[in-house]
Design a protein around this ligand. Structure first.
Ligand code: ADP
Ligand code: MG
Length: 541
């Protein structure tokens, strides 16, 4: 039986309906008001700071924070400059003076997921040195066993021979533990070496300069594969280095093993760098054959963008200070505004500046000048603290309080916490937008309708909003007809070296290596978890 309209409109039916609607409306209003109040309280930089502080103080803080803001128009301008710098790096006439070096790697065969075999890999990227055994199983399946080793600072800045000897010792330890020594097999080894190199072949590359806190003597201009192989041979280890890649190339290759649309590799870790697949006819510096595939991966070394002063318009006094107190002043200007090695330090310098202007930690004057606390020491504010602070939602600021406690500020006020979080957000957002603008240049240049970017590095992985901020900015800057995606493959930079060696084998050029691994039944690989590593920033303090 169905009700007709007349029945519905009967008084006794209307009354409860009106009452219900009224209750509903009232509840919505109350809930809405509560949510809005909650939002006001939970949007710290807009409300809390302003409620409890003299407005003039906030204006002064905003002035400092404003210096970190980069508009979309400025980003577009930076994209144009980057394109010019890329052309300079690719041209044989200007390459020598170019800041963005655009090194052609010898990596031309992109994996397609069918490669198989067991390959060792070493990944020297800055903070972590990893040894990996990678089992490529085809169908885009990979299994790996790995171990992280710490590089002591004495080795990072010591004699180059000691560095390679240390790497070989770590490899020996790993192979011993995995029962790979004296098996009668010479294992192929891919070397992920993430420092600027002039590559002369797939397994030959000369270091052009150290970055990221390394400065070992006797390595610049030397062939690092040769130095590594000598150290391996000296220890009698049954492994041969057949490919050298940097971490960006490794990341691109590892991602391409799973997703063939991958055309760009990006690193956001201790340092930052990017690579992409370029057509050979655009690479003026290319000095090898023009056979198929007519493409090569270009290692941009984009960390050096701005070393000629062209980014000065967006640099702040904090960027200048970070640069001047680094071990490579004037170098890696773009990297110093973006990467993990410097981000925490930028935040620390801003906090110190605000403190000295008496705009922050007003209740802590008694602890001023306690110069032993991390706040007063270079590297005292780790980049992982930026992530921790930004993880806080709402007004409790429990993570921020913990971080402030760690750097020597006890019992901070809400204002203090909100301001510190505001600073962290702006510094990391600026970094994400700069990296996003750089990627947008590449995505637009590649000219395909679908482009995947392989991304790796702890800053990208662990920062709560780096990816989102980068994507948002790219949505504005990438051509509207192009679809892009940012993908992360676990252990990409290590796997990539192995995949590179294997892709070369598939192309027929590395047949000897395939023979070397094909006869061996798969080892049972246990996935071991990586051990926590020491904080890298310490090396800079
Ligand atoms: P590498 O670049 O040396 O190969 P990673 O990719 O692990 O190594 O990057 C390490 C850097 O990432 C550290 O120097 C640190 O600055 C930064 N980092 C580590 N943990 C975090 C985190 N939780 N949030 C943001 N950055 C982090
Ligand atoms: Mg790395």
């Amino acid at each position: 039986m169905s009700l007709n309209i007349a029945q519905i409109l009967q008084d006794d039916l209307i009354t409860p309906m009106v009452r219900k609607t009224a209750y509903g409306l009232a509840t919505t209003c109350i809930l809405g008001a509560a949510v809005y109040a909650g939002y006001c309280v939970a949007a710290p930089e807009k409300h809390i700071i302003r409620q409890h502080r003299h407005p003039e103080l906030n204006d002064q803080i905003e002035k400092v924070v404003d210096s970190l803001k980069i508009t979309d128009d400025q980003l577009i301008h930076i994209m144009h400059i980057l394109e010019e710098e890329m052309s300079a790096g690719l041209s044989p006439i200007t390459h020598k003076q170019a800041t963005v070096k655009m090194f052609p790697t010898y990596v031309r065969n992109i994996p397609n997921g069918t490669e198989v075999g067991q390959v060792l890999a070493l990944d020297l990227g800055g903070t972590n040195f990893r040894v990996l055994l990678i089992d490529l199983r085809g169908n885009a399946r990979v299994e790996l066993t790995s171990k992280i080793f710490v590089i002591p600072q004495s080795i990072m800045i010591g004699d180059g021979r000691h560095l390679f000897c240390h790497l070989a010792e770590c490899l020996y330890d790993f192979m011993l533990k995995e029962n790979l020594l004296r098996t009668g097999i010479c294992y192929p080894l891919g070397f992920t070496f993430s420092f600027p190199c002039r590559q002369e072949g797939l397994a030959s590359a000369r270091l052009t300069s150290w970055t990221k806190g390394f400065s070992c003597s006797g390595v610049v201009n030397e062939d690092v594969v040769k130095l590594l192989q000598e150290a391996i041979n000296e220890k009698g280890i049954n492994a041969k280095c057949v490919a050298l890649v940097n971490d960006t190339v490794g990341t691109l290759m590892a991602c391409a093993y799973k997703d063939p649309a991958t055309a760009i590799g990006l690193i956001l870790g201790t340092g930052t760098n990017a690579c992409y697949i370029e057509n050979l006819d655009k690479v003026g510096t290319w000095n090898s054959d023009y056979d198929e595939p007519k493409q090569v991966i270009i290692n941009m070394e984009w960390g050096a963008f701005g070393d000629n002063g062209r980014l000065n318009l967006i640099r702040t006094k904090y960027d200048e200070e970070v640069d001047l107190s680094s071990i490579n002043p004037g170098k890696q200007i773009f990297e110093k505004m973006i990467s993990g090695m410097y981000m925490g330090e930028i935040v620390r310098l801003i906090i110190l500046d605000l403190l000295q202007q008496e705009l922050l930690f007003l209740g802590h004057r008694d602890t001023y000048g306690d110069y032993k606390t991390p706040l007063y020491n270079r590297g005292g504010f780790y980049t992982k603290f930026v992530s921790t602070v930004e993880t806080d939602e709402g007004i409790k600021f429990s993570n921020t309080r913990r971080v402030l406690e760690d750097i020597g500020i006890h019992n901070p006020t809400y204002d203090d916490c909100a301001i510190v979080q505001h600073i962290c957000r702006q510094v990391s957002k600026r970094a994400a937008r700069l990296a996003g603008a750089g990627l947008a240049v590449l995505v637009n240049r590649i000219g395909k309708s679908d482009v995947t970017v392989g991304v790796d590095g702890s800053l990208y992985r662990y920062h709560p909003r780096f990816k989102r901020n980068m994507e948002r900015c790219m949505e504005t800057l990438v051509n509207k007809d192009v679809k892009f995606a940012l993908e992360t493959i676990p252990d990409a930079s290590g796997i990539g070296a192995a995949v590179t060696a294997a892709a070369e084998c598939r192309s027929g050029k590395g047949a000897a290596m395939v023979a070397c691994v094909a006869g061996k039944p798969y080892l049972v690989n246990s996935i071991v978890s990586d051990e926590e590593t020491a904080d890298y920033e310490k090396i800079n303090s």
